[in-house]
Ligand binder design. Structure first.
Ligand code: NAD
Ligand code: G6P
Ligand code: MN
Length: 442
């Protein structure tokens, strides 16, 4: 069987060890020749790369692990890029969260003004990596987790419409892991789902077992009382703020008991409540730095100091890592696996903008995703999605045109922002804070 070469871009990401371990564990179906780590910040990447080299030497000596900040070295002779960039690092994420909160507006990585600000930073980084891949390995595929995925997908679709990039999100698979736990199933893969929406903005309309039996009634019964508060193996969403988010799904569900909602809808439907319960001095960035980031780098340093990974390993088994490995397999071996991906609507949701990037089930094979028709959607969801997709399109317009006006319209359009006046104040602070990360706006 062919052996694959995979580049992990954003090699210094907190998710890199999990993805590398998942790749290594899945070699019976996806054999590896080499994993290359690429980052534009050498000192961030180095400890993770060195720890993974030791881990690999001790457990999978047949696989080579290399790392570099040089694009030619990182992107030549590869089959896949698995990307997870955070342009501006946690320092800028913290500002994305804390600036809107000053005005009692949601401060979040991917939603509201924080997501818009992150989008304005992320577009150039993602395009840069995509262009490197196409220059050095034109046949390769880029599987992209870099957030905010909705804005990034709109931008890559408009700027590089023919490129082999698939934008993805792990939230649906993480929630489906919860569904499986509620239903007493061994795996989310025992379910068939129908789902539609934008990224971090969608709804499940049907969940059945493989025999076609309806599993929604049992799920709804649970969610009406407990939201998504069920125990799973997913170590990624364990912090207190994630527990709160999973519980809050109960209130989002109450608004439309016909469907099961994505957790991120809480930021658009209960924005006042979310802001009221937020600690404005200690936001999710601070929590991540105190937990995930601290743990990952502490383990990396332990492995390096011990020069051994026999007794130390990173947490494994997250839906995040398994999803991206499944996607690479589906493309490499034309498996036609059914997966939720972010793709051009193009009639999939028949009463919605054909140019919008939507998140829907797709069959995945060697030519990429083939989305399944989701039909018409109800007025409530359609109205919310039209407003939100307009925000995302205006952000990309603003980035491409260098337009202050369009970005002000985008912030004003966001359901999280109460008025054009508040939007302008937040925007002016974000411009100041983002400096050269953003194009100049006129
Ligand atoms: P992190 O800061 O730990 O890692 C990001 C890495 O990207 C850093 O090492 C940074 O130096 C690097 N980077 C930044 N700009 C770069 C560029 N232009 N070229 C190469 N490398 C660059 O962040 P994290 O918390 O591990 O998250 C990583 C990314 O994955 C974020 O965008 C996060 O939102 C995203 N993510 C997405 C999903 C999803 O559902 N789509 C799920 C989890 C994480
Ligand atoms: C979910 C979302 C991602 C988000 C991630 C991490 O999995 O799907 O888009 O980046 O959570 O968020 P966190 O706040 O834990 O860094
Ligand atoms: Mn996501």
């Amino acid at each position: 069987m062919k052996k694959f070469v995979v580049t992990v871009a954003g090699g210094g990401s907190t998710y890199t060890p999990g993805i590398i371990q998942m790749l290594l564990e899945n070699q019976d179906r996806f054999p590896l020749e080499e994993i290359k780590l690429y980052d534009n910040l050498a000192q961030r990447q180095e400890p993770i790369a060195q720890a993974m080299q030791i881990y690999c030497r001790d457990n999978y000596p047949e696989v080579k692990i290399s790392y570099s900040t040089d694009p030619a070295e990182s992107f030549t002779g590869i089959d896949f890029v698995m990307a997870q960039l955070r342009v501006g690092l946690y320092d800028m994420r913290e500002k994305d969260e804390k600036i809107p909160l000053k005005y009692d507006v949601v401060g979040q990585e991917t939603c509201g003004p924080g997501g818009i600000a992150y989008g304005m930073r992320s577009i150039a980084g993602v395009i840069e990596v995509l262009d490197y891949m196409e220059k050095y390995s034109p046949e390769a595929w880029m599987l992209n987790y870099s957030n905010p995925a909705a804005i990034v997908a709109e931008a890559t679709q408009r700027l590089r419409p023919n490129s082999k990039i698939i934008n993805i999100c792990d939230m649906p698979v993480a929630i489906e892991t919860i569904f499986a736990a509620i239903l007493g199933l061994k795996s989310r893969k025992e379910m068939n789902v129908r789902y539609y929406g934008l990224n971090h903005f969608g709804w499940w309309t049907s969940i059945t077992d493989k025999a076609g039996n309806d599993l929604m009634p049992k799920l709804k019964e649970f969610v009406a009382v407990k939201g998504y508060a069920a125990e799973t193996e997913d170590y990624q969403h364990r912090a207190q703020s994630w527990k709160d988010t999973y519980l809050k799904a109960k209130d989002t569900f109450a608004l439309d008991p016909e469907t099961l909602p994505n957790t991120y809808l809480k930021y658009y439907l209960y924005q006042d409540d979310i802001v009221a319960h937020e600690n404005k001095d200690f936001t999710r960035t601070n929590e991540v730095q105190a937990t995930r980031e601290k743990d990952v780098f502490a383990k990396a340093h332990q492995i390096i100091e011990a020069d051994s990974a026999h007794d130390i390993s990173f947490a494994t088994g997250s839906p995040h890592a398994s999803f991206i490995v499944d996607l690479a397999c589906a493309i490499a071996f034309n498996t036609q696996e059914r997966m939720l991906l972010i793709v051009p609507n193009n009639g999939i949701i028949s009463n919605f903008d054909p140019t919008a990037m939507v998140e829907v089930p797709c069959l995945v094979g060697k030519n990429g995703p083939e989305p399944l028709a989701m039909g018409t959607i109800p007025t409530f969801q359609k109205g919310l999605m039209e407003q939100q997709v307009a925000v995302e399109k205006l952000v990309v317009d603003a980035w491409m045109e260098g337009s202050y006006q369009k970005l002000w319209q985008a912030l004003t359009m966001s359901k999280t922002v109460p008025s054009a006046g508040v939007a302008k104040k937040i925007l002016d602070e974000l411009i100041e804070a983002n400096g050269d990360f953003w194009p100049v706006l006129k």
